[in-house]
Design a protein around this ligand. Structure first.
Ligand SMILES: *Cc1c(COP(=O)(O)O)cnc(C)c1O
Length: 387
């Protein structure tokens, strides 16, 4: 039986997969089982932030595997302490909880927001405002938080206590921030929602209203965080720091990890027994994370991410078929004039390029370490596909 047949006979069909078996990778190139090479403009949905098997990252991870691969959270490890210290330093968020995915990081944020409010005001102030067109994950609570009707199906009843506000609609936000609300949760750039960037005025309003009513701000930086937008946190583009910030995807360079960061207000909310995760803060993931920080925590590296993003945008806008380009840094959405994004992504495979979609757009999330040579090769293929 070949891999795809074997796979499909045993693994649940919850994904629409392409007929491609990836075997290995090096730098920005993935290699399939037949030895064919692909330039990767998707990095496993923004997760292989340093590309495939970056040497510093692989060395750090391998060394960690050979010393201690896991211990329960009844004990401490040095690598977790080091990673937490590093992450605190680059984000300015002193306190954090480690988990294994974006959805889990958001679950933690939701729990912190509700407990913060319960501890201070008692029952009845549990509602969380999220934005229409948002994406926060696939668990029951994060699916409920996700402001897209297509996700609110089949799995009834959903978790109560989420109120949806139209992105960039200040009046809608004002009207719904009543005294039942404990938090507003948002992505600065809605990734799955089509690489839609929030307006500065809207973000300012979120922070102003929340500040005046002791409502917490939660920025879901699972996709935008860890250098993706050319700043370590996308909030830096807006000059804002939320009370709670969630990270995952690129945080450990391709090892499952999520983090929920808390600022001053929320640092003591989770007390012993109120939250936990068996794998959370796993030493291997932390070692990978430390290697990522060496790159994404460096201002010169981040300036390069910005430059590469601008370079890609400029080249894309020069293509006839491109209607518009959205996003920040190396998180890029491409609106097409006549072609279907999903056809372009499928046809790109034949030509040796991995792309993503986001709603009706083609989406690019290349490794942050991508070289101009690879960028040019990938853009050349996109140009061919769009001609
Ligand atoms: C991917 C994503 C999530 C979910 O992360 P998982 O690791 O798949 O659970 C949550 N929020 C945003 C903004 C994402 O892009």
């Amino acid at each position: 039986m070949d891999t795809i047949e074997k796979f499909n006979s045993h693994v649940m069909g919850s994904y629409g997969r392409y007929d491609l078996v990836l075997d290995k990778g090096e730098g920005e190139q993935a290699v399939d089982e037949n030895g064919k090479e692909y330039i990767d403009f998707g990095s496993g949905i923004g997760t292989n932030s340093l590309g495939y098997c970056n040497k510093d990252w692989a060395d750090a991870v391998c060394e960690q595997v050979r010393s201690i691969q896991h211990t329960s959270n009844y004990y401490y490890t040095k690598v977790q302490a080091d990673f937490a210290e590093g992450l605190a330093k680059v984000t300015g968020m002193e306190n954090m909880f480690f988990c294994n995915s974006g959805a889990e990081a958001n679950e933690c944020a939701i729990k912190i927001a509700r407990k913060y409010s319960f501890d201070k005001y008692g029952k009845g102030r549990h509602n969380i405002i999220t934005l229409v067109n948002s994406f926060h994950g696939r668990t029951m609570a994060t699916l409920s938080a996700t402001g897209q009707d297509v996700f609110h199906n089949y799995f009834f009843p959903f978790v109560e206590g989420f109120i949806y506000v139209n992105a960039n609609d200040i009046e809608d936000l004002k009207a719904k921030c009543d005294d039942t609300v404990c938090a507003v949760m948002f992505e600065y750039v809605q990734g799955e929602g089509g690489v839609m960037t929030l307006d500065k005025e809207f973000v300012d309003s979120i922070f102003d209203i929340c500040e005046s009513k002791d409502i917490l701000t939660i920025s879901d930086e699972v996709q935008t965080g860890v250098g993706r937008t050319g700043k370590f946190l996308a909030g830096e583009h807006y000059g804002k720091k939320a009370d709670i910030i969630t990270l995952a995807k690129g945080i450990a360079g391709g090892i499952p990890m999520g983090a929920c960061l808390a600022g001053e207000k929320c640092k003591n909310v989770l007390t012993p027994g109120t939250h936990g995760s068996t794998f959370g803060g796993n030493p291997i993931a932390c070692a990978g994370g430390l290697a990522v920080l060496k790159y994404a925590g460096n201002d010169e590296f981040l300036a390069e991410v910005t430059k590469k993003g601008e370079y890609i945008k400029e080249k894309l806008l020069a293509m006839d078929e491109v209607q518009s380009v959205s996003g920040l840094g190396l998180m890029i959405g491409i609106e097409l004039k006549t072609k279907q994004a999903k056809d372009v992504v499928k046809n790109a495979l034949d030509k040796g390029l991995l792309l993503l979609t986001a709603k009706e757009k083609v989406r690019l999330l290349p490794p942050l370490t991508i070289t101009y040579e690879e960028i040019d090769k990938g853009l050349g293929i996109i140009n061919e596909l769009l001609s």
